[in-house]
Design a protein around this ligand. Structure first.
Ligand SMILES: [Zn+2]
Length: 479
């Protein structure tokens, strides 16, 4: 298949829009009528929100991973052509029957489609907002009649249930500032890196959206070693954070640190990249308090380590591929050899296609990682049970003012729906345009520090100074 040049495309579309909706009674000539393109057979349709989900194959309903409301998707139409196809441009139209305009593509078809070649299928990018409770569509590949008649095999319409309700995976990255070597080194949690984490989770996890927020860095002065020494203490600290700071139950905590300057220094003699308690009991939800994981923040491995470790916090065991897997950590139900993904996958965040002959599951220790339909479906079930649907809706912006009582105050804007955790308090705020404003806020103290987090509606404006007595003593914080 090749795409028609821009000039030809414009001509085709102009011609089509000029006669769109015509029929024999409208006075149009028969050759202006649009009919199913002769010699074209629509063979399959699939929706990719990650692993392939066949919608239709050979005219029958297909199967595969569950669809998720609100999640971006790629619709692929597979076809074949025979000698009756005239080689001229075809107008492919995907109508989602949702009151929005159909998506149209004018193109010249090739001999047929294959999974391996994105360019061989007719592809429509569907924004998540158009994936609702039912996915219904009408697909047609038409040409002007020119007296050749109609071909019903160039059209298909279908309704498919969307099993997944809207849901958001929420990750709170907790960076540890590593002081055991005196460096105070903090892993990268810049806005850009946080967005990279968010996109990696969004590509692999069957959720409508992902929110990644960042905790104020946690100072850490005990050694953390490649062999696992010292990790448990960090895990216990992270465990404490949920309770002491009132972290919402659907938020996964991810503790991250760099105990050396580079991954080469840390992993020269073999290393642990992450540690998580397998959170598989009760099986459908896991334990709230174990919705946490640890990993290193070296840029070469940070994103996949996070996605893998949070997979354990979703109760997923290892896909059997790669060295050093503890036998009891391997998922005996995993259906594909060598940790492979089993079917074609498509990354909605970057457009990459993943070949089941090459790609391995994120829960393996092997390269070319994506997500198998098997683990995607398991993560789907957990996400549907855990990821609170109420957080979809109208999110609001908040200031988080994190003060550690040691003179360090961090100011950060965040966005979420629902009420912030913590005790409701009144604070006095000066902003760049007003002073002495009284605002509602929510305060959560640290357990081992004389400070805490204050949430304020960001609508107060650009804060310059804040005064509150939420922690007991009156505190003045300047920004
Ligand atoms: Zn693992």
């Amino acid at each position: 298949m090749r795409h028609v040049s821009v000039g030809a495309l414009a001509l085709v579309l102009m011609a089509i829009s000029a006669c769109s909706g015509s029929d024999d009674s409208s006075g149009k000539k028969p050759e202006d009528k649009l009919v199913g393109a002769i010699g074209v057979q629509l063979s399959e349709t699939a929706l990719f929100q990650g692993p392939k989900r066949t919608l239709m194959i050979g005219g029958q309903a297909g199967e595969g991973v569950p669809l998720v409301q609100g999640r971006d998707a790629l619709f692929r139409a597979y076809y074949s052509t025979n000698a009756d196809y005239d080689g001229e441009a075809v107008l492919a139209t995907l109508d989602l029957l949702d009151g929005q305009p159909p998506i149209e593509k004018a193109l010249i078809l090739g001999p047929g489609s294959s999974d391996a070649d994105l360019g061989s299928t007719i592809n429509f990018e569907i924004p998540g907002s158009r994936i609702k409770e039912t996915f219904q569509y009408s697909l047609s590949m038409v040409q002007f009649d020119n007296g050749r008649g109609d071909n019903q095999f160039a059209r298909f319409a279908q309704q498919v249930a969307v099993a997944g309700k809207p849901n958001k995976l929420r990750i709170l990255i907790v960076p540890y500032a590593y002081n055991a070597d005196g460096s105070g080194r903090v892993p990268d949690t810049s806005e850009e890196q946080v967005e990279r984490y968010r996109e990696r989770f969004r590509s692999l996890y069957p959720v409508s959206d992902v929110e990644v927020s960042v905790h104020a860095p946690v100072p850490w002065s005990s050694p953390i070693q490649p062999n696992g020494y010292g990790w448990q203490e960090v895990g216990l600290n992270l465990f404490g954070i949920r309770g002491s700071e009132g972290i919402p139950p659907d938020t996964y905590l991810y503790g991250v640190f760099n105990p050396t300057a580079s991954i080469g220094q840390f992993c020269g003699g073999g290393c642990l990249l992450g540690v998580t308690l397998l959170n598989d009991n009760p099986p459908d939800e896991g334990s709230v308090s174990l919705r946490l994981a640890l990993g290193v923040g070296f840029p070469q491995v940070a994103l996949n380590t996070a996605a893998h470790e949070i997979g354990h916090a979703h109760g997923r065991r290892h896909a059997n591929c790669g060295p050093g897997l503890e036998p009891q950590s391997i998922d005996s139900q995993y259906p594909h050899a060598n940790g492979r993904i089993g079917d074609w996958g498509y990354d909605i965040t970057n457009g990459d296609l993943h070949d089941p002959a090459v790609a391995t599951d994120i829960m393996s220790y092997c390269d070319n990682q994506f997500i198998s339909g098997y683990n995607y479906t398991s993560l789907f079930a957990r996400g549907q049970n855990v990821n609170s649907p109420k957080i979809i809706g109208a999110p609001a912006d908040y200031w988080i003012v994190a003060s550690d009582g040691l003179g360090s105050t961090r100011w950060q804007k965040t966005r979420f729906a629902g009420i912030p955790s913590g005790q409701e308090v009144e604070v006095t705020v000066d902003t760049s345009s007003a002073s002495g404003l009284v605002s509602k806020a929510w305060y959560t103290p640290y357990d081992h520090l004389d400070g805490g987090w204050l949430f304020l509606p960001a609508s107060v404006g650009e804060i310059t100074r804040i005064e509150h007595a939420a922690g007991g003593a009156r505190q003045v914080l300047r920004r």
